[in-house]
Design a protein around this ligand. Structure first.
Ligand code: NDP
Length: 481
């Protein structure tokens, strides 16, 4: 049994209440470990440790903060195999994906902000002969970081790295569904020499631990990635306390295919943007709009390729599709497939739970699923499913596809496939979303603003904007005349 402990004040400790939750392996459906079922008492201890550590950490020269963070990034890389295996067991994702995406990106996040803080500067504004303004940027204090289960270590480090680099101390909560790599990170943080209390990780349930972090009066900011409904709850609690909020929420992204695109490249990438990580990436493109002249060609090729996608043991290095993260999530996805049929959709590929054999018999696997024949504004096409389920739809004009694409309350990302440069720009400008990819998908430069509009969130992560979030500007004006 893998026993997870909280990481508070530099030590791995059991929860105050001594209660534990079962941790499941999605590929087998079986319990393989336990994690703390922490509550507000653990959050209180973690916050006290973070408050105590803040003055020294915020005054530690940025060079020295960076050096410790670089050590942590190195340790993540040195433990790549073990961390990738842990992520695969905990989340159900193929270990091959965790090896090339999740874990390298976790190290990259930490290295990016460890070096980024050395280049971070603030502004000065000269008022001709009258005055000079300069702006100080101080770390905000204790930051609360709450992350989801789909890219566990990747998204966890994407939050805590800029916070630590900025000089904040952190109380963090990974998802209760995938706590393992965050626990392993706490062991590596100790090994890297991170001072006690600088990073505190409290495991447990969202409505208990997440809520206690959100409500704690000494936690000055909440950086949250997760579902829109949870984001609303957090905003409702945090707003009257005037906490800084960064909310990275759900998506229902359009993938727009014009007839003049590079068809083969589009098809290969669309396979990934539809089904990578079992479709459980907020940036996946589950609504695929295809210009009518290539619709039938696309449909035939896409369905054929999808039917060839083999679901397998997540820990087999050749597997491309693994299990979905939890039983309740599997039920939610199956519910949406049933809804799509009720709404008049035709299932062209997949549509069912997969019953594997042997040790995987109880695992939570779903076939990659393609649905056709739905209206652009039905529930299946406007609500987030967050699984290996996509819909395809033909369109005739640019105006029409923009209407379809913008018809959801979400606005995270969009993809456009065309060789017409002017059209690419036109469509990109008119999409209601925070991110647009043209002739590519998930090509990420960590310096760029990352986040969504409408129900996909508030604020941007990435680049210096994340450091801006974890610091408070103070303008100083000096009269010189
Ligand atoms: P949830 O909103 O259910 O959970 C996210 C985190 O919030 C978890 O750690 C969860 O804990 C915690 N939480 C739950 N309830 C509360 C609460 N009342 N107060 C504070 N914290 C709480 O999302 P999922 O984990 O299901 O993740 C999937 C969602 O995340 C999808 O909607 C997806 O689109 C979105 N997402 C967005 C991304 C973006 O960058 N915009 C990137 C990746 C995912 P626990 O797990 O214990 O319930």
């Amino acid at each position: 049994m893998e026993m997870i402990r909280n990481y508070i004040n530099g030590e791995l400790v059991p929860p105050v209440g001594e209660q534990y939750l079962d941790n499941h392996n999605p590929a087998t459906g079986k319990v393989y470990g336990q994690l703390p079922d922490s509550d507000e008492r653990d959050v209180k201890q973690a916050t006290e440790a973070a408050l105590h550590a803040f003055p020294a950490w915020s005054k530690t020269p940025r060079n020295d903060r960076a050096r410790i963070m670089m050590r942590l990034a190195d340790l993540i890389e040195q433990n790549l195999d073990a961390l990738a295996m842990a992520e695969s067991i905990d989340n159900g994702k193929p270990v091959s994906l965790a090896r090339v995406v999740d874990i390298p990106r976790a190290a990259a996040n930490i290295r990016f902000y460890a070096t980024g803080i050395m280049h971070y500067a603030s502004e000065a504004h000269n008022m001709e002969d009258t005055a000079i303004n300069y702006t100080l940027r101080d770390p905000i204090g204790v930051a609360g970081c709450i992350s989801p289960w789909n890219l566990p270590l990747y998204l966890f480090t994407w939050k805590i790295a800029p916070a630590l680099a900025a000089g904040c101390t952190v109380v963090a909560k990974p998802s209760e569904i995938t706590p393992l790599t965050a626990f392993k990170l706490s062991e590596l943080a100790i090994e890297a020499g991170l001072p006690a209390g600088v990073l505190n990780i409290v495991h447990g349930l969202g409505p208990k631990v997440g809520a206690a972090i959100t409500e704690h009066p000494e936690i000055s900011a909440i950086s949250f990635t997760g579902g829109t409904a949870t984001g609303k709850t957090i905003a409702r609690i945090a707003a009257p306390m005037f906490k800084k909020l960064s909310l990275e929420l759900g998506g229902k992204n359009p993938n727009i295919v014009f007839a003049d695109c590079d068809f083969d490249e589009m098809l290969t990438t669309t396979m990934r943007s539809s089904f990578a990580n079992q479709g459980q990436i907020c940036l996946c493109g589950p609504r695929i709009f295809v210009e009518r002249p290539v619709y039938e060609k696309f449909k035939t090729a896409f369905v054929e390729k999808t039917k060839q996608l083999k679901i397998g043991h997540p820990q087999d290095k050749n597997t491309k599709m693994g299990a979905v993260a939890s039983e309740s999530h599997m039920e939610k996805i199956l519910h949406y497939i049933a809804l799509a049929k009720e709404e008049g959709g035709t299932v062209l590929a997949g549509g069912h739970r997969v019953h594997m054999e042997g040790e995987l018999a109880g695992g939570w696997f779903i076939e990659p699923t393609i649905i056709e024949g739905l209206s652009y504004d039905c529930r299946t096409n406007t609500e987030e499913i967050f699984g290996p389920v996509v819909t395809i739809m033909p369109f005739d004009t640019e105006e029409e596809v923009l209407k379809y694409a913008n018809a959801t309350s979400y606005g995270l990302a969009g993809t456009v496939w065309t060789r017409d440069l002017k059209r690419a720009h036109r469509v990109a400008h008119q999409l209601h979303s925070g991110i647009v990819w043209i002739n590519c998908w998930l090509l990420r430069d960590l310096r760029t603003p990352f986040g969504g509009v409408k129900a996909s969130g508030v604020g941007r992560e990435g680049g210096f904007q994340a450091i801006d979030f974890f610091t408070e500007p103070k303008n100083v004006c000096i009269r010189i005349a």
